[in-house]
Design a binder for this molecule. Structure first.
Ligand code: ARG
Length: 393
């Protein structure tokens, strides 16, 4: 008998990937599922059962939170990456990691195909496939959602029912949600109409502003060479820091954004994000950089941050440009050590204190008081020379 073609499917257990699984089986593939735990809080036992029920021959479930935090989130935090001012790239950062494992598992399993449940309109298909292609150009990619006849959610539900695919939530799902430790992306449903505000049930981690704690809360974060090392004076691994900050920030309604976003495929889309830990860490990290970096490095870092965000957004994680930017970032971070104290209150992150052994702030130069050491005589000559090139008359 001819050996079946083997495919590794990126599987979440949701409606799309469950239908993909059955669809692939019907086309004669031997389907091996892969589920990455990046902090989406699924139950491995339930997932395993579901995959088996839908006909998977095997499932790999990997807790990748630590690798995600150390290799992907940390690089992005140090780089200061932010897309279109409001998106800290939670979804985008996870995709290259998932793709990397798809390629690894394909090798281990001797599979010639990989598959995913991304739509033809989104960024995730580009990110996953680009990484798969760069890491192993020989692998063939199957994207059922771009090919199959199930063009709406309703038709998928029908298909799932007909094929006895276990789906817990048949009631109308109002949002499409992608969650990991770095944040949650919320899209579709009522958000497609720009007149609608997201309803409170869109959010997982944060309470509403009206339910946010009535008391401000102070927290301190310590960094060593750009890496967060201590929360409130206690040494903590990076994953724990992120998870704790999500809880703390959630109580103060920190880190909600609403963005009209430019996707790679040319569409503008409405995206809502919830990322308490990411915003707290970004704010503290950026504040520390302002204290310890000279102004030229800071100015240039802004450009790097912008470019880095585009690179991550566009799925170019395993690229020369990304590695080259990392080189600049690494050098800039050698001084980014110190402590930032923040006040969290009703959706706001307020800087309370900053300190660093590398601080370039000198009170004796900045003060308007008696202890001023700034040489006033230098100012006039400085302005004369500085203005010279601009005097046209
Ligand atoms: N717009 C964001 C991005 O492209 C979030 C995408 C959310 N993805 C999802 N499969 N729900 O990065």
């Amino acid at each position: 008998m001819k050996k079946k073609k083997k495919v590794i499917l990126a599987y979440s257990g949701g409606l799309d990937t469950s239908c993909c699984l059955v669809w692939l089986k019907e086309r004669g593939y031997d389907v091996v599922c892969f589920s990455a735990d990046l902090g989406s809080e699924f139950s491995p036992a339930v997932l395993r059962k579901k995959a088996k029920q839908s006909g998977a021959s095997k499932i790999y479930i990997k807790d990748l939170r630590s690798e995600f935090a150390k290799e992907y989130i940390l690089a992005s935090l140090k780089a200061g990456a932010i897309y279109q001012g409001k998106y800290l790239l939670n979804t985008a950062l996870g995709r290259p990691l998932i793709a990397k494992y798809l390629v690894e598992i394909a090798k281990k399993e001797g599979a010639g195909f990989v598959s995913h449940g991304c739509t033809a309109k989104g960024n995730d298909q580009v990110r996953l496939e680009l990484v798969v292609k760069t890491l192993n150009p020989k692998l063939k990619i199957i994207a059922p959602l771009r090919e199959w006849e199930l063009t709406s959610r309703e038709s998928e539900v029908e298909y799932a029912k007909a094929k006895k695919i276990p789906i817990e939530n048949t009631k109308k799902k109002i949002y499409s949600i992608d969650k990991n430790i770095w944040g949650t992306s919320i899209e579709a449903g009522i958000l497609e109409n720009l007149e609608n505000e997201p309803t409170e049930d869109a959010f997982i981690e944060t309470v509403s502003l009206s339910k946010a704690s009535a008391k401000p809360q102070y927290i301190s974060l310590e960094f060593a060479k750009g890496k967060p090392t201590k929360l409130n004076g206690k040494r903590c691994n990076f994953v724990k820091i992120i998870e704790r900050l999500n809880k703390i920030g959630g109580k103060h309604c920190i880190g909600r954004t609403d963005l009209i976003e430019d996707r790679m495929v040319g569409i503008k889309s409405r995206e809502v994000y919830e990322a308490p830990a990411a915003w707290i860490l970004r704010t503290a990290h950026k504040e520390l950089e302002s204290l310890v970096l000279d102004k030229e490095t800071l100015y240039f870092k802004e450009i790097i941050s912008l470019k880095y965000a585009q690179i991550v957004y566009q799925g170019l994680w395993f690229s020369r440009i990304k590695q080259s930017l990392d080189g600049f970032v690494a050098k800039s971070q050698t001084r980014v050590s110190g402590k930032i104290t923040l006040k969290l209150y009703k959706g706001n992150i307020i800087i309370a204190k900053r300190s660093s052994p590398y601080s370039l702030y000198k009170e004796s130069l900045a003060t308007y008081g008696k202890k001023d050491t700034f040489n006033r005589d230098w100012a006039k000559g400085f302005i004369d020379i500085w203005s010279m090139p601009f005097i046209e008359k």
